[in-house]
Design a protein around this ligand. Structure first.
Ligand code: SF4
Length: 357
């Protein structure tokens, strides 16, 4: 074993994490679900969601047989919803095309929806003891610091260099402990800000520490301008119900239920085109308009987009037709059920304010 893997394995055994709900098992299903949840979210936030998810979908077949809406509802709040859609798609693919069995190599796992090279390697290591390097955000940070790797790790050449290091340092034995140890070290000691170098098992050989550059590495992502967009949301209210429609499968909040939305320029709500689109949406609902007013606008920040949301509340009553039906892709949701519904976080807050206001 090289010096790095030797120290990490010893440190993991003595001080690494060992009581996480997805540890102490070889069940690839549980390991896979946890790896996907952990892709963009920290352990502390994932634990509660993981337990709830596994209680409802205890195995691959239960998940494959589930309705996507229910999967999304249990994911609601974890963010990055494409992960949930891919999880569901992947479960179906494994049941339909692989006899309900997970492939045993990281390379094969990485070909499935939403897994990727690093998660594939981690699942293969934890479930099957397979030997392959991982390179998630935490591991990138550790390797950038220990070997003083310059450049933003998301850039192709830097990333390739990091994969080479990750492969080179892989031990022959104890792959699970090593993989877990690298993750633990990045999450608990070699943290983004204020790394605990004085307690780190790698401190005597870490170049960033030696050069006093732990705070500078890894190099930050080059600045990218954040685009701005405005959208109008229609809150069509009928008694204590509001109308929701399903978002298109890709793009912002893809596949989630949300309020009907009309994208416009910076003055979305005042735009004549938007106004007439709103009027036809109300007319299409088949209900009589009682009142309409603007609700306070708010901003929601995505990684690359600042979205200004300008909601309009339209209260309707008494159907004009004798029978009013939901169109496909639409539902009326009781405000009381908003809390547990799979809605984008800012839409949920808006509707909760309406319920409580
Ligand atoms: S010594 Fe500090 S910077 Fe280097 S790996 Fe350990 S915690 Fe990270």
């Amino acid at each position: 074993m090289g010096w790095l893997s030797d120290r990490i394995v010893r440190w993991q055994r003595e001080q690494g994490r060992s009581n996480l709900p997805w540890q102490g098992t070889r069940d690839p299903y549980r390991i896979w679900v946890s790896e996907i949840m952990l892709q963009q979210t920290q352990v502390a936030a994932v634990t509660r969601y993981f337990e709830r998810f596994i209680a409802r979908f205890p195995d691959l077949r239960a998940l494959a047989g589930a309705d996507l809406d229910e999967v999304m509802r249990l994911w609601s709040g974890l963010g990055y919803y494409s992960r949930a859609r891919n999880l569901h798609m992947c479960a179906r693919r494994l049941v339909d095309g692989h006899g309900g069995e997970f492939p045993k190599s990281g390379v094969e796992l990485a070909k499935l929806p939403g897994i990727g090279r690093s998660s594939g390697a981690a699942i293969a290591a934890f479930a099957f003891g397979a030997r392959a390097p991982i390179l998630d955000g935490n591991v990138r940070r550790v390797l950038c610091r220990v070997f003083a790797v310059e450049g933003y790790p998301g850039r192709g050449p830097v990333e390739r260099h990091l994969w080479e290091i990750a492969g080179r340092e892989l031990p022959e034995r104890a792959i699970e402990t090593y993989t877990q140890g690298l993750m633990d070290l990045g999450a608990t000691l070699c943290t983004r800000s204020r790394p605990a170098c004085h307690r780190c098992p790698l401190r005597t050989r870490c170049l960033a520490r030696e050069q006093g550059r732990a705070g500078e590495l890894p190099s930050p992502r080059p600045r990218r301008a954040i685009a701005s967009r405005a959208t109008t949301m229609l809150v069509l209210r009928r008694g204590d119900d509001v109308l929701l429609e399903r978002r298109p499968p890709s793009g912002i909040w893809g596949g989630l239920w949300s309020l009907p939305q009309f994208d416009g320029d910076r003055r979305a709500r005042g735009d004549p085109g938007t106004r007439s689109a709103l009027e036809s949406a109300v007319a299409r609902s088949g209900y009589r308009l009682i009142s309409r007013r603007a609700l306070p606008a708010f901003e929601h920040l995505f990684t690359h987009l600042r979205l200004r949301v300008e909601p309009v509340l339209a209260v309707v009553a008494t159907p004009r037709a004798t029978r009013v039906r939901e169109a496909p892709g639409e539902i009326w949701l009781a405000l009381d059920e908003v809390e547990s519904a799979a809605l984008p976080a800012p839409v949920k807050s808006l509707l909760l304010r309406l319920r409580d206001g």
